[in-house]
Ligand binder design. Structure first.
Ligand code: PLP
Length: 397
């Protein structure tokens, strides 16, 4: 069990209301939405109600919502659609700080001979809009920029960026996996063509996501199969997941003010407490243009993983700033893109809160982490002599 779960950007607890809503669909409501009989019809009805809830949460039309299996599938489908429907356009614009669900699609097309512009960020994780404008070309098939960064929490100027793309007639996708439920999103005002979201980041179960596809935006099915989702995504629908996602979206809308007041205040108290108790610490990412729940903080001279293991002994769950997927302890591509100095980047932690966190969770971290850090610093081999060592990024684009 976890005493303080502060890793909500990795995944979230299934909300009790969501679990409640799903249970019948693991029991008597097992009909296939495509079936003609009454059991199937009932499933179909519940699926459409879930679609309406998601559309209401984003202010779009229900038929602009396609259910998928995860955020990754939604991201892949959006970029694939834009590229495959405009074969004459051979250029993509994305950013150096995207999630692998976008970055690896860009790299895939790069290997196939496409030109890809990876927009850089400054030390606070912010984009330069003039540079963005300059990157757009007549042969740009799509721009894909995340709404908010999963590691730093930095929010992108999606409204401005999508407006600029629209003026040039270029399709725009945003990975809003970390933004939904934390920031209000109004798709009647935001001129994006595609938007990806994921259930397990908003207190629905894993294995369900959605793609917003604006009416008239080009589409190519990524999953080839049956006629489900109007032929846009084959495969019998994950009804328990879909029903859960609908309920989770309703709750997300209901809780968005709390997220931006109480959760933000908890995050700020955690940040201020750690910054005043621990010397040689910096906050990664712009402090204003940032998700209300996220704190990425770096401590000089220590390894993030060592801190995580020691925090875990107190039941505190958080993340480090390393590229854990590669099995190495290299600082993540996001911290490298921001140019976080080498001696800090290794000692980065990410705390990400949710409405299920309380003052006690913050108190626990504020009590234990300063002690953990002073103990680790006493043992640190980095302590002397490497002040000038800054991270040099080998992945220039
Ligand atoms: N995009 C961002 C910004 C994310 O944080 C994540 C999850 O970590 C994803 C995409 C992928 O979502 P999923 O795990 O649902 O595939």
């Amino acid at each position: 069990m976890c005493a303080a779960y502060l890793d909500n950007n990795a995944t979230t607890m299934v909300a009790p209301e969501v679990r409640e809503a799903i249970l019948p669909f693991l029991g008597e409501e097992y009909g296939n939405p495509s079936s003609m009989h009454r059991l199937g019809g009932k499933s179909g009805l519940h699926m459409e109600q879930a679609r309406q809830k998601i559309a209401a949460g984003l202010n779009c039309d229900p038929d602009e919502i396609i259910f998928t299996s995860c955020g990754t599938e939604s991201d892949n489908t959006a970029i694939f659609s834009a590229i495959e429907s405009q074969p004459e356009k051979r250029h993509l614009v994305t950013t150096r700080v995207e999630h692998p669900a976008v970055l690896n699609v860009a790299k895939h097309y790069e290997r196939k001979g496409y030109d890809v512009t990876y927009l850089p960020v400054d030390s606070r994780g912010l984009f330069d809009l003039a540079q963005y404008r300059d990157a757009l070309r007549p042969d740009t098939a799509i721009v894909s920029v995340m709404y908010a960064n999963n590691e730093s929490g930095v929010i992108s100027p999606i409204e401005k960026m999508s407006m600029i793309a629209k003026e040039r007639g270029i399709l725009f996708h945003t990975d809003a996996v970390q933004a939904v439920g934390k920031l209000p999103i109004d798709l009647k005002k935001l001129p994006v063509d595609y938007l990806a979201l994921s259930g397990h980041k908003i207190h629905a179960p894993k294995g369900v996501g959605a793609l917003f596809l604006r009416r008239n935006a080009p589409f190519r099915p990524f999953m080839l199969g049956g006629h489900q989702e109007h032929g846009r995504r084959g495969g019998t629908e994950n009804l328990p997941g879909i029903v859960g996602l609908g309920t989770a979206m309703e709750l997300a809308v209901k809780h968005i003010d709390e997220e931006n007041t109480r959760v933000r205040a908890l995050r700020d108290r955690l940040e201020q407490g750690l910054m005043s108790a621990i010397p040689d610490a910096i906050v990664n990412g712009d402090r204003e243009m940032r998700l209300p729940n996220t704190l990425s903080i770096a401590f000089k001279y220590i390894e993030g993983e060592a801190m995580l293991l020691m925090l875990d002994q107190f039941g505190i769950c958080a993340s480090s700033g390393s590229a854990c997927t590669s099995g190495s302890l290299e600082p993540s591509h996001v911290l490298r893109a921001m140019g976080v100095p080498f001696t800090y980047a290794h000692g980065s932690l990410r705390f990400s809160l949710s409405i299920y966190n309380s003052d006690e969770d913050v108190d626990l971290v504020l009590r234990e982490l300063p002690l953990i850090i002073s103990r680790l610093r006493e043992m640190s081999p980095f302590r002397r002599g490497d002040e000038g060592l800054d991270w040099v990024d080998e992945h220039h684009h």
